[in-house]
Design a protein around this ligand. Sequence first.
Ligand code: F6R
Length: 331
Amino acid sequence: MIMSTQHFKEFYTDWRSLAERTFSTEVENPRGREKYGGIALTGMGGSGIIGDVIHVLAFDSSDIPTVVVKDFSLPKFVKDDWLVLAISYSGNTKETLSTVYEALSRGCDVAGVSSGGKLAEIAREKGLTYLQVESGRVPRASMPALLIGALKVLRAKGMNFPLPSSEGLTKLGEIGEAEALAEDITERLAGRVPVFLSDVRHYPLAVRAKNEFNENAKIPAKVEVLPEWGHNDIVGWEKWLGPFTAIVLELGEGDKLMKFAAAYLRDVGVPVKELVMSDSMTYVDRVLWYSLVLGLASLKLAEIRGVDPGVTESISRYKAFLKSWSPSIES
Ligand code: F6R
């Protein structure tokens, strides 16, 4: 999909209306079982990140375990009493489809979210619970639709996961504020490799940010997560090399853990940007809003670097390779 950065940016600046349209999209076959042993969330890349967000939401919203699967096969403990929710924007991603076939053969309850593709075909043929999101975008620019779609499917299964609030949706329309925050991040990143630091709860946001800089700005990026960071990554900074800039994701002004990381990195001479996130937003609202901000920052960097954010040739190359290769799954 070749288009100007300006045109591509519209796939981000319309998130509020995209979210609202997904709210009014119906879940097909909205039925669930009385009891589940757990939930497996399968998907890759821009679709897979939704599984990470739901996995964190489950810390407070779910009585049953969740597992995120970004692979060709499901763990052994995913039995016939599990729900397997497959998320794939294209509906054609080999890893994700392979978990769907495996889940069906194990007798799991299988559900899906996609914009069409093979996943839509399977869902309709088998009468699975399914939500179709709008097509014509790239997966990463469809984040609100994929997230709301997945949450609606889970709710249709009787699981009480929170949806974005109306304040959260309004916030997604505040593009001027998002652009200003984005600008402040981008101006520290020209010619540098971003390292996103977060706590465990904001890990999905840090990964999302990394992926955005990879895919839109075509640069490597890194994620480091606390508290594990304090047991290994921290040492790597003692004699660090390379043009890194640390972006530290902090929750409110009083985030002592993340502030420790920011202060330590400054002490050893690493350029640091502290992104102080609002602690008065709900978790889902915050993840969406800062995904928008960090996404816009990656688009600004793409523009500075003169690269097309909409084209990801190497992902297509990997997917072409997968057409002629299947993993041999060892039992
Ligand atoms: C993000 C992106 C990739 C895809 C991934 C999986 O914009 O293009 O990370 O999300 O290759 O593809 P889908 O999402 O179609 O299952």
